[in-house]
Write a protein that binds this ligand. Structure first.
Ligand SMILES: [Zn+2]
Length: 366
């Protein structure tokens, strides 16, 4: 390798020279004074091992991209990190064809989540976002997700057999991230046109906060079609309100003045956006129902429900059957959710009715 032309500014005799042709003084300077940071990649020294060849080829290609590497690009080179492999698989635009030793302009695994946002993947920004989401999943909510935290997270995931190892996918944070990203994509899938997503989904701190909001909703509330539509409408409404930046809009002021990626700032943004969402839902006349963990009525509830209507099946009664015929024997009666549990209906006496076995089955089938 010879020295580049750009060194002519320093000394016109340097460009084009190899180390061996440099003046003694310069060589001494190089040997004794200059310090180099070196990343050592071990365990890829068998030239006949295809995996070793692939790894070396990939590193070489990455280095050829030139420029100083940013924190995410450095993390990208940590081939032995399990979360790194996960992040590269689902967030990188390109993949690597190991047969031809060339990058290919396509990655079949890129998660659809990234098509919903308009933030480009310059300098691996998508990989950084996905790593941040993984940290939030691991911490089960707001956490420090600065660039340093991202680097540390990837570093921490180093594994002696990490190269080509995709086992991180089976961890709870990874599964949860994939599931929430899928739900996110479902909300905005109709907005993806010509390869670009929602223009409201551009700023990273907004994307992060919306992700956390969606995650919270899915965890504690019913998040079906109606709620998905509401979430989408809220995203547009929220973006407009954020852009308007009215001086008397203290919620938005608090939100936009906390763009940093520390756990504390994220927590404050999380509180604001959550409040705004529930207020918005109220103005739209949409009730956000909690998911009730309890699915079955207990014995005393069953008794209360039965007694209240003297054991008469509501559906039989609606069909016009006299009470004596519509009455269900205690042993055959089923306490049924009026609003189904799957749609957020609570397991409380107020949301219960007596059904005969046949009507309960019929309802379950529909
Ligand atoms: Zn009936």
């Amino acid at each position: 390798m010879t020295l580049p032309q750009s060194l002519a500014d320093v000394d016109s005799s340097l460009p084009g020279k190899k180390y061996s042709k440099l003046p003694v003084k310069v060589r001494q300077f190089v040997d004794k004074t200059l310090r180099y940071d070196v990343d050592t990649v071990k365990g890829i020294d068998d030239p006949r091992n295809p995996e070793h060849q692939q790894t070396a080829a990939e590193i070489f290609w990455r280095l050829q991209q030139g420029e100083t590497l940013n924190y995410m690009e450095v993390a990208h080179a940590r081939l032995s990190s399990l979360p790194r492999n996960f992040v590269v698989k689902y967030a990188d635009d390109i993949s690597f064809d190991y047969d031809s030793y060339k990058p290919i302009e396509d990655n079949p695994h890129t998660h659809a989540f990234f098509r919903t946002i308009t933030r480009p993947n310059n300098r691996m920004q998508h990989l950084a976002i996905l790593t941040r989401l993984l940290i939030l999943e691991e911490q089960d909510g707001p956490a420090d997700i600065s660039d340093t935290n991202v680097s540390e997270f990837i570093e921490k995931g180093h594994h002696p057999d990490g190269i080509g190892n995709y086992s991180y996918e089976d961890t709870a944070p990874a599964r949860s991230a994939l599931s929430n990203m899928h739900a996110f994509h479902c909300v905005f899938r109709s907005d993806i046109t010509d390869g670009s997503g929602m223009r409201e989904l551009q700023a990273e701190y907004v994307i992060i906060s919306l992700y956390l909001l969606l995650r919270h909703l899915r965890k504690h509330y019913v998040f079906a079609e109606q709620e998905q539509r509401l979430f989408r409408a809220f995203t547009i409404w929220f973006d407009k309100r954020r852009r308007d930046r009215r001086e008397d809009d203290s919620d938005i002021q608090v939100f936009t003045s906390r763009r940093q990626q520390s756990g504390r700032e994220i927590k404050i943004r999380d509180r604001v956006i959550r409040q705004l969402f529930f207020e918005y839902a109220r103005t739209q006349g949409t009730a956000i129902l909690t998911k009730d963990k309890k699915r079955r009525f207990n014995e005393s509830e069953r008794i209360a429900i039965y007694r209240e209507v003297d054991g008469v099946c509501r559906e039989c009664s609606k069909l016009g059957l006299p009470d004596e015929e519509a009455k269900v024997p205690w042993s055959e009666y089923e306490a049924d959710h009026v609003v189904p549990h799957s749609k957020g209906g609570l397991t409380v006496v107020d949301n219960a009715q007596v059904l005969c076995r046949a009507h309960n089955l019929a309802k379950g089938a529909s």
